[in-house]
Design a binder for this molecule. Structure first.
Ligand code: ZN
Length: 177
């Protein structure tokens, strides 16, 4: 398995609309395994394929305490939403920032599993929020889009600065004389 690079806001690749998976194949299952490794390593509780530069409608989630409840959703579709609520969210593509977002806290979803078999499930609480957050990534949407313009631009500027600092090689030390 390979640990993948997670794209960070404001990378324009995070804004692409992801395309449905026509047929679930072995290369998708390899991507799923790599995405779980990347997510557990980060660590995070959800990761969508567009975040690792694969613009397809596929996401992985594990909200368990011990990383032992992996869930794969391919071409997910929300059938019903209920119980409005607010939860503090973060995102592996927006590292270091956590903000309150309003979402439904109970949903019913249909999707394909890693073998391409259709299924439906109910989700509530953190799992419901996490699935909706990851599904937003499939539509090029990020949790910062729910914030005010002012907050969003503050976050963008801070992350751009960090990204610039990471990209600039450290100057070699001059000899001490
Ligand atoms: Zn995210």
């Amino acid at each position: 398995m390979t640990r993948l690079t997670i794209l960070e806001y404001p990378d324009p690749r995070l804004r692409r609309m992801a395309v449905p998976v026509a047929r679930v194949e072995d290369h998708h299952r390899r991507l799923i395994d790599d995405m779980f490794e990347t997510m557990y390593d980060a660590p995070g509780v959800g990761l969508a394929a567009p975040q690792v530069d694969a613009p397809i409608r596929l996401l992985v989630v594990d909200v368990s305490d011990n990383n032992n409840d992996p869930l794969v959703l391919i071409n997910p579709n929300i059938l019903t939403r209920s119980v409005p609520g607010t939860m503090r969210e973060g995102c592996l593509s927006v590292p270091g920032f956590f903000e309150d977002v309003d979402r439904s806290h109970e949903i019913k979803v249909s999707a394909l599993d890693r073998l391409g078999k259709p299924f439906e499930m109910q989700a509530e609480g953190l799992l419901a929020v996490c699935i909706q957050h990851e599904m937003d990534h499939l539509d090029g949407k990020l949790f910062v889009d729910y914030l005010t313009e002012l907050k969003r631009s503050r976050i963008r500027k801070k992350l751009e600065k960090e990204q610039r600092q990471r990209a600039t090689p450290k100057p070699s030390r001059s000899p001490a004389l």
